[in-house]
Design a protein around this ligand. Structure first.
Ligand SMILES: [Zn+2]
Ligand SMILES: [Zn+2]
Length: 387
C-alpha cells in the first residue's frame, strides 16, 4: 500500500504532525497545505527553528518530511484550503490542524464528505487536546456540524481570531502550554496509523485528553438528522479541461448554468480609489494580481456582496480564464464533474512541477504557489496566522 496523506495546517499542531505520516511506511505521498509563513512568535509553540522564519510553513514542513524519508513524494501547497481544487486534496487520509471553525466547516462540507475521505481533525483549547475521527461518508456517520447549535453557526465567523478566543481570559501563552500542539499531533498520528491499518472503529468518535487533569476520554458523536449539512458524497465524472481551453458552454451546454463546489464567482470589481469598475467573471480566491489591480490608479479592487454568484451562465469563457483548475468540482444540472488534466502537455498551472523548463526537480517533489500571486481584498478569513 502506498497511501496519500494530506495535512492541512502547519502551525501549532501541524508543525509537529507533518513528521509522523512521513515516518509511516504505508504513506508514499504527503501533501502539506498552509498559506502562511513562520514568524518569530511561532518559535514559542511550533516545531520550527530560526532558519524557518519568513519561509512558507508548508514548504518548511515539506522539506523536513523529505529529509525524514527521501523516497516520499512530497507536495507543499502554499494556499488556504478553501481556495484549492478538491481534487488536489483527494487522499487516503486527511489530517486537519487548522485554527478556525470556518476552515473546518469548509473541509467538512466541501471536501471530506464530498470526496468520501477518511478525516482526522485536531484542536487544542487551553489544556485540552481534542482529536476527532470522521468518515468515510456512510449513512449514520456524524459530521463535524452534527453537534453544532444555532450558537455555533452564529459565532463561527468570530472564530476568525482563534488565538484570542481559545485562550482562557487572563491566561498567558505560556500558561496554555507549549506542549499541547505536540500532544494533539501525537494523538492524531496514532489514530491515523490505526485508520491506515484498516481499523475504522474510532470513526465518529472524539478523543479528549486533559493535560491539566491527566485524564482521557473517548466520546461517541451522534448523527443529527436535523444537521444543516446534507452529508452527501459526490462521485464526479472526470472531464478533460483541455489545457484550460474548455469553455463553460462546452461543459454545461449553451443556456446552462455552472457552479463550483465550495467556491463562488465574482462578476464585477470596483476601485475604492477612483471608482472605476471592471466587469468579468472570476472564481473568488483565484483572481490574478493583474485582474485585481486598478489600471488607472493601481489600487486593489474590491468586490461587493451583490456581485457574488453561486451559479453563473455557461457562456464562451474558458475554464482557465475564470480561474477554474483541474480538481475543481463543477455542478451542471444534477451532475457533478471534476476537471482533470488528461494530457501531460496540459498541466494545471498551479501544480506545475518545480524545476520545469530545464531545472532539476527536487526528490520527486512538487511545490505549488497558489492564488496566482494575487487575491481579492475580501473579508479576511484569518488573522496573521498567529496560532
Ligand atoms: Zn452533520
Ligand atoms: Zn482606481
Amino acid at each position: 500500500m502506498s497511501a496519500h496523506a494530506v495535512v492541512i495546517g502547519a502551525g501549532r499542531i501541524g508543525s509537529y504532525l507533518g513528521d509522523q505520516p512521513a515516518r509511516l511506511t504505508a504513506v508514499g505521498r504527503l501533501t502539506i497545505v498552509d498559506p502562511d509563513a513562520y514568524e518569530p512568535h511561532n518559535l514559542e509553540g511550533q516545531n520550527v527553528t530560526r532558519a524557518a522564519l519568513g519561509r512558507a510553513k508548508a514548504r518548511v514542513q515539506a522539506a523536513h518530511a523529505r529529509a525524514v524519508r527521501p523516497v516520499l513524494e512530497v507536495e507543499a501547497l502554499v494556499a488556504a484550503v478553501e481556495d484549492l481544487p478538491q481534487g488536489a486534496l483527494r487522499c487516503d487520509l486527511l489530517f486537519t490542524t487548522v485554527d478556525n471553525r470556518l476552515a473546518r466547516q469548509w473541509v467538512n462540507c466541501h471536501l471530506a464528505w464530498r470526496l468520501g475521505l477518511r478525516w482526522i481533525d485536531a484542536g487544542i483549547r487551553g489544556s485540552l487536546a481534542r482529536v476527532t475521527v470522521f468518515g468515510p461518508a456512510q449513512p449514520g456517520m456524524p459530521c463535524y456540524l452534527c453537534g453544532w447549535s444555532e450558537q455555533h453557526y452564529r459565532t463561527a465567523s468570530e472564530a476568525l481570531y482563534p488565538c484570542a478566543l481559545q485562550r482562557p481570559a487572563g491566561a498567558s501563552q505560556a500558561e496554555v502550554g507549549h506542549g499541547m500542539g505536540a500532544l494533539a499531533a501525537a494523538l492524531q498520528a496514532v489514530e491515523g496509523a490505526r485508520m491506515l491499518a484498516g481499523d475504522l472503529s474510532r470513526a465518529g468518535r472524539e478523543i479528549l485528553f486533559d493535560a491539566e487533569q491527566g485524564t482521557a476520554q473517548v466520546v461517541a458523536l451522534t448523527h443529527n438528522p436535523q444537521c444543516r449539512f446534507d452529508h452527501r458524497a459526490y462521485w464526479p465524472e472526470p472531464l478533460d479541461w483541455r489545457g484550460g481551453r474548455l469553455t463553460l458552454a462546452e461543459l454545461a451546454g449553451a443556456g446552462g448554468e455552472v457552479r463550483c463546489e465550495g467556491h463562488r464567482f465574482v462578476t464585477r470589481l470596483a476601485c475604492p480609489g477612483c471608482g472605476r469598475e471592471r466587469q468579468g467573471l472570476w472564481l473568488m480566491g483565484r483572481v490574478t494580481r493583474v485582474a485585481s489591480t486598478c489600471r488607472a490608479c493601481g489600487q486593489w479592487l474590491e468586490v461587493r456582496g451583490e456581485w457574488v454568484r453561486e451559479r453563473v451562465p455557461a457562456d464562451g469563457r474558458t475554464v482557465r480564464s475564470v480561474g477554474l483548475r483541474p480538481g475543481d468540482l463543477l455542478g451542471v444540472g444534477g451532475a457533478w464533474l471534476e476537471l482533470v488534466a488528461i494530457r501531460a502537455a496540459d498541466p494545471c498551472p498551479l501544480l506545475a512541477k518545480e524545476g520545469a523548463g530545464g531545472g532539476p526537480v527536487r526528490s520527486r517533489a512538487r511545490d505549488m504557489a497558489c492564488g496566482m500571486g494575487g487575491n481579492l481584498p475580501l473579508p479576511p478569513r484569518r488573522q496573521g496566522g498567529g496560532c
